[in-house]
Write a protein that binds this ligand. Structure first.
Ligand SMILES: C[S@@+](CC[C@H](N)C(=O)[O-])C[C@H]1O[C@@H](n2cnc3c(N)ncnc32)[C@H](O)[C@@H]1O
Length: 231
């Protein structure tokens, strides 16, 4: 679990990015500094996201939506970082493509999992490859939009539904706020998603489930977990 100290450099880079209007360049800078041993990537904790694990378990035949998750289908992991969630989904039998805007993160994921079946790609959610349109049965977005600010954030929300195939699912897990128009202090990344933003992420997809909960971090964080389906 990242401390405020771990977050300090990431927050500084994010605030500079807001001032400079370059919403995504700072991620590569942070991964590069971490490789050089001078910074920490606060979210690189080596753990699969516990809410994703629970979501998958509930759909694996033992939970309330048992049978909804099956092996051999195509999954896309957005903003995959060092690949923990991508490897987890591959372990469930999904044919996984995982992408991140930071080439250093993608290189590190490939190095960490040299025999991985995951297709790791450097790509930008704001400029997705055309061949990914409607190509994935499951699209997983965890904590990628919440560190984005301004126009890039709106563009990211609008792009999330695009790779979802007919009959496919978009899963979004993020920090949550119940304010409609929260003040966003540029120095306090990550910036929680509003309900309206969550709905924008679904775009034309049908909202299947939406949950808001306090997680078990210390202090607890308010989160959204939403699942959208394309008919
Ligand atoms: C807060 S981290 C979360 C990483 C991972 N999803 C997790 O939950 O641990 C956000 C990740 O999204 C990536 N990212 C940010 N903007 C992106 C974009 N436009 N396209 C692809 N990846 C992006 C960052 O490089 C970073 O790895």
């Amino acid at each position: 679990m990242p401390t405020d100290e771990d977050r300090a450099r990431a927050r500084q880079l994010a605030a500079e990015a807001v001032a400079e209007g370059d919403a995504t360049g700072w991620f590569e800078k942070l991964y590069g500094e971490a490789e050089a041993g001078v910074s920490v990537v606060p979210w690189a904790d080596g753990e699969v996201n516990p809410h994703l694990v629970k979501w998958a378990a509930e759909r694996s035949g033992t939970g309330r939506n048992g049978g909804g998750l099956s092996a051999g289908r195509r999954a896309l992991v957005v903003g995959c970082g060092l690949g923990y969630d991508a490897e987890f989904l591959a372990g469930l039998g999904f044919e996984v493509t995982a992408f991140d805007v930071a080439p250093t993160a993608i290189a590190a994921a490939k190095r960490a999992y040299p025999d991985s079946p995951v297709n790791y790609v450097t790509a930008d959610l704001l400029d997705l490859p055309g061949s990914w349109r409607g190509a994935f049965d499951l699209v997983v977005e965890i904590y990628t939009v919440q560190p984005l600010y301004g126009p890039a954030r709106s563009a990211a929300l609008a792009a999330l539904h695009v790779p979802v195939a007919p009959g496919g699912t978009l899963l979004v897990i993020s920090r949550a706020t119940n304010e409609d128009n929260p003040e966003r202090d540029p120095s306090m990344m990550p910036w929680p998603l509003t309900r309206r933003e969550l709905e924008l992420a679904g775009g034309p997809l049908r909202l299947h489930t939406i949950e808001q909960f306090l997680d078990d971090e210390d202090p607890p964080k308010l989160r959204w977990q939403a699942e959208f389906h394309r008919h």
